[in-house]
Design a protein around this ligand. Structure first.
Ligand SMILES: O=C(O)CCC(=O)C(=O)O
Ligand SMILES: [Fe+2]
Length: 352
């Protein structure tokens, strides 16, 4: 990634500003009331639910501390990931992702048709992940997604699997808080994630000689239900502030996780919460690592506004769509430049 290939260059209106606003930033929420060893009052718990609801509504993003994920698990995956990416391209490409093997190493991802300044390694959290062979409702054939694990570093596999389980646990806790904040039963969302297709991405953003022209990840919204992200101390994640559309940098906070609502929660909540645009800025001096966990339902899921959240006064704002087809369309656009913008939930919006 030495010289700058035109494929990386953003259109002028999407190029990052070199100076940036840190502002008040996305809310920081202390999750200690939900750690099981604590004796919490109902008031304290209600306060937490409200904080989560307000953050989802006002920002679509928040950071959490005292989340219960052991720090050593995060440090281990970070260490293994650094060892993996430090290898030669030839070595990394031995576990390269392709249209048949959907997980593994990849260094040519595009977001909205511009190449991202990054390399990634993806792995599915449920192993193997069972998915239907096609989107035809009558087709009962299933296939298995098996992760591709590199030979080096040898600890990568177990470290990743362990970390994946921690992410699933945290995701369920967050789903409960989000459900309660929408006046739903705490476990309302749990059933959607049996046979989940969730995956974790190890992101490596190398230093970039022209950080003013390229982006680590171009502006996008996460298509899944929820994202739980660990970022290192370099910083670079920017969120589009809902109040004025300004890009705001998310300040690295040691041992915090950044949570954002994805498109699926936007649809389930019938637009009460919104999936917010974000992007990643790179810099010319320091490489950056980040680890998002994407909470995703089975491919057969039909995504539509929850019945409890719609009524005559507040009718469904989206038509139902099939998660497998939606994500299938997205991943094709990651592999090759396409002439049209990829599928968005706005394509399923019911006009008022
Ligand atoms: O690296 C980051 O901070 C965020 C990456 C991201 O937004 C994504 O992979 O969807
Ligand atoms: Fe994202």
């Amino acid at each position: 990634m030495g010289e700058v290939d035109p494929a990386f260059i953003q259109e002028p209106e999407h190029r990052p500003k070199i100076s940036y606003i840190e502002g008040k930033g996305v809310p920081l929420i202390d999750l200690s009331p939900i750690l099981s060893s604590n004796n919490v009052s109902a008031i304290e718990f209600q306060g937490l639910v409200k904080e989560v609801g307000d953050a989802c509504k006002e920002w679509g993003f928040f950071q959490v501390i005292n989340h219960g994920v052991p720090l050593d698990k995060r440090e281990k995956i970070d260490g293994a990931s650094r060892k993996f990416f430090a290898q030669s391209l030839e070595e990394k490409r031995k576990v390269r992702r392709n249209e048949k093997k959907v997980t593994g190493y990849y260094d040519t991802e595009h977001t909205k048709n511009v190449r991202d300044w990054k390399e990634v390694f993806d792995f599915a959290v449920e192993e193997p992940t069972i998915v239907p062979a096609s989107h035809e409702p009558d087709d009962k054939e299933v296939i298995e997604w098996k992760n591709q694990w590199p030979e080096y570093p040898p600890e990568l596999r177990e470290t990743c699997q362990d970390y994946g389980q921690e992410m699933v646990k945290l995701a369920y806790k967050l789903l409960e808080l989000i459900a309660l904040s929408l006046d739903l039963p705490a476990d309302r969302f749990h059933g959607f994630f049996k046979d989940q297709t969730s995956f974790i991405r190890l992101n490596h953003y190398p230093p970039c000689p022209t950080p003013e022209l390229a982006l680590g990840v171009g502006r996008h919204k996460d298509a899944g239900a929820l994202t739980i992200l660990a970022q290192d101390d370099v910083g670079g994640l920017e969120v589009k502030q809902k109040t004025d559309g300004e890009w705001v940098r998310v300040k690295p906070t040691p041992d915090a996780y950044i949570i954002n609502v994805g498109d699926i929660i936007q649809v389930w909540s019938n637009d009460t919460y919104e999936s917010v645009e974000h992007r990643v800025i790179v810099n010319s001096e320091r490489e950056r690592f980040s680890y998002p966990f994407f909470l995703l339902p089975p491919l057969s899921t039909m995504v539509e506004p929850l019945e409890e959240l719609t009524n005559e006064k507040n009718p469904a704002k989206f038509k139902a769509y099939n998660w497998g087809e939606f994500i299938g369309n997205r991943s094709r656009s990651n592999f090759q430049k396409q002439k049209v913008e990829n599928l968005q939930i706005s394509d399923f919006k019911i006009s008022e």
